[in-house]
Design a protein around this ligand. Structure first.
Ligand code: DX5
Ligand code: ZN
Length: 216
């Protein structure tokens, strides 16, 4: 079974609470929480504070920091429900220190890689991380087209962790929809992020249920 993590980047500001209840009712497993700093990626996105989200909803929060030197801002994303904090391999100088800092707060640590970053850069951290996030679009905005070569990386990561008994989960983020979620899961992904495919649906609850049926 793979898990579904709708990205609140695509949620409506006006109908936020209502839409969040629909993804909960539809069986979403995690809330994917995107942060952009205008430096690592061109856009700036600071969603509703994570502590507020944690008070209002029960789902675990999966923080994805598209932020240069994200280690400096980890504290802002701690809450009762914060489960993962993921930083970009490309954006931090001392990745081991950032992973240790996240773990020091009792939170699971993830490393993300862009579509043009090879999985080999993660090798020194495989035994330390809880999550490897494979971007299937270039980070920066929702609604982009899935880059299929991401699946090769997912297969390779899955093989590597089986061969070496690594415990990290594999997450795929960007352009996931009802047509490509099954092959993404079959490639070895444990968590699928879906922004526009969840929040852009006419019937958000049903869309989540449809995802869950396919990736179960
Ligand atoms: C992209 C973000 C994604 C994005 C996914 O920079 O990290 O989480 O919200 O949105 P969709 O599913 O629409 O590609
Ligand atoms: Zn994301």
């Amino acid at each position: 079974m793979a898990r579904l993590a709708p990205s609140i980047l695509s949620a409506s500001e006006e109908k936020f609470d209502e839409q969040m209840k629909l993804i909960e009712a539809g069986g979403a497993d995690l809330i994917h929480y995107d942060v952009m700093d205008g430096v690592f990626v061109p856009a700036t996105v600071n969603p509703i504070p994570v502590k507020e989200l944690s008070k209002k909803f029960k789902l675990p929060i999966d923080v994805h920091l598209m932020v240069q030197e994200a280690g400096d801002v980890i504290e802002q994303y701690l809450s009762e429900n914060t489960k993962y904090i993921t930083v970009h391999q490309e954006a931090c100088k001392d990745l081991k220190a950032v992973i240790d800092k996240i773990h020091g707060f009792g939170v699971k640590a993830g490393l993300a890689i862009n579509p043009d970053t090879p999985i080999s850069v993660l090798k020194p951290y495989f035994k330390d991380i809880d999550l490897a996030l494979v971007m299937s679009v270039f980070p920066g905005k929702a609604g982009q087209k899935f880059i299929p070569s991401a699946l090769i990386k997912v297969c390779e990561l899955d093989e590597l962790r089986r061969a070496n008994n690594y415990a990290f989960r594999i997450e795929v983020d960007g352009g996931i929809n009802l047509d490509n979620c099954e092959m993404t899961k079959k490639s070895g992904a444990d968590i699928l992020v879906a922004g526009s495919a969840c929040f852009g649906a006419e019937d958000i609850k049903k869309r989540c249920e449809d995802f869950k049926k396919i990736i179960k």
